[in-house]
Design a binder for this molecule. Structure first.
Ligand SMILES: Nc1ncnc2c1ncn2[C@@H]1O[C@H](COP(=O)(O)OP(=O)(O)O)[C@@H](O)[C@H]1O
Ligand SMILES: [Mg+2]
Length: 186
């Protein structure tokens, strides 16, 4: 499979002097699944934040789909087809599951695409839930669902945006055992 991502000799020193990454190389081919393993503070989250444009590397290069990349923020990374599921939830609690999944990318209809297409939204969300077996009630308000389901919503959000490279930063840390096994073997 072709190379999707190449991070080379990544160094990150935070402004307070903490050296979080010292010469890290990471190559990912299309279709591969990688696990970054290391103790607390080893620099895993930092490396993923650099990949997603949340932190700038102090030095080092990133090539994505064969082209050098400089991300000025997550928006750039998302545009290139990356998605990130964070360790902590970043959902809108008062909105429904379905509204959270499509937030900012709502299907539209009518002249000039001025109106929300709730029918299309429903169909698309249902399709994703089915396709990945991530059971969750699309109509439930996010503030009312258990943490395991919130994590599914975070993952569905990324899948909805058609991400080609998905970064999961300890997404199972907050999952219930059943959900963990479900995801693991899906
Ligand atoms: N924003 C920050 N400012 C300063 N130091 C940080 C910051 N974020 C993380 N660190 C430090 O960088 C090191 C690596 O942290 P992190 O990347 O979160 O590791 P991991 O995800 O492997 O637990 C730790 O020593 C942590 O305290
Ligand atoms: Mg971490």
């Amino acid at each position: 499979m072709p190379i999707l991502l190449e991070m080379k000799d990544i160094h990150k020193v935070y402004p307070n002097g903490t050296a979080a990454n010292r010469g890290v190389d990471l190559t990912v081919h299309e279709g591969e699944i990688h696990a970054l393993v290391g103790e607390n503070g080893a620099g895993k989250s930092t490396l993923m934040k650099i990949l997603f444009g949340l932190e700038a590397p102090t030095s080092g290069t990133i090539e994505y789909k064969g082209k050098p990349m400089v991300f000025n923020g997550p928006r750039d990374a998302i545009k290139q087809g990356m998605g990130m599921v964070h360790q902590h939830f970043m959902l809108a609690p008062s909105l429904t599951v379905s509204e959270n999944i499509v937030l900012g990318e709502e299907p539209k209809k009518g002249p000039l695409s001025l109106f929300r297409d709730r029918v299309k939204e429903r169909a698309e969300v249902d399709r994703l839930i089915q396709a990945y077996g991530l059971k969750v009630d699309p109509h439930a308000k996010v503030e009312t669902i258990p943490v395991g389901q919130k994590q599914r919503v975070e993952i569905l959000k990324v899948l909805y945006r058609g991400a080609k490279l998905i970064i999961l930063d300890e997404p199972t840390a907050v999952l219930t055992r059943g959900t963990y096994h479900h995801l693991h073997y899906a």
